[in-house]
Design a protein around this ligand. Structure first.
Ligand SMILES: Cc1cc2nc3c(=O)[nH]c(=O)nc-3n(C[C@H](O)[C@H](O)[C@H](O)COP(=O)(O)O)c2cc1C
Length: 162
């Protein structure tokens, strides 16, 4: 018997969950790729670990599998267009017109992001349609100023600060 929650209720509940927006990037040899990801969380401070959830049908998943590294770019409120780009523009053109530099792992760090983490895959857990990657954080940087891009109820938001 399938006693799982009604999918419409599940979607409705998850739409009530506000999140930040990241671009998850990776590199394997000469191939770079990235996609918009909201499923990102801190896991542990000692050692420093984070998690991201990547759909196994995504190209980004393929590149992380091959390269074993990823970077998390936490987007600034001014980067909505980058979030849209990294969720819809087809593969090879995704970085066109986007300024970035290669971090210590080679994964792209996007200019203007609010904060960035560079990670090596520690473990990968297959669940449902996604892989949960646990990353060991090798390096990070952040801007003390700026505001985050947010996602809530299916649309982008910014903080309503005075
Ligand atoms: C706000 C937002 C959040 C998203 N979060 C995730 C996520 O956490 N994990 C995921 O696999 N896809 C997520 N996606 C979908 C991917 O960005 C999208 O499927 C992308 O086109 C995959 O690119 P790729 O196949 O070229 O790697 C999100 C999309 C948006 C707009």
């Amino acid at each position: 018997m399938n006693d799982f929650v009604d999918p419409a209720i599940f979607r409705g509940v998850m739409r009530r969950w506000p999140s930040g927006v990241t671009v998850l990037t990776s590199r394997a040899d000469d191939t770079i790729h990235g996609m918009t990801v909201s499923a990102f969380s801190s896991v542990s401070a000692e050692p420093p670990l984070v998690l991201v959830c990547a759909n196994r049908q995504s190209t980004t998943h393929e590149v992380i599998e091959a390269g074993g590294v990823f970077a998390v770019n936490i987007l600034d409120a001014a980067q909505e267009a980058i979030s849209t780009r990294f969720s819809i523009v087809p593969g090879p053109d995704r970085f066109e017109g986007v300024a970035w530099t290669a971090g210590s792992t080679g994964a792209p760090l996007i200019d203007g992001a609010l904060a960035q983490l560079e990670c090596r895959v520690r473990s990968a857990h297959l669940e449902g349609t996604h892989t949960i990657y646990i990353g060991e954080v090798l390096a990070g940087s952040f801007r003390p100023d700026g505001e985050p891009l947010l996602y809530f109820d299916g649309s982008y938001r910014v903080l309503d600060t005075p």
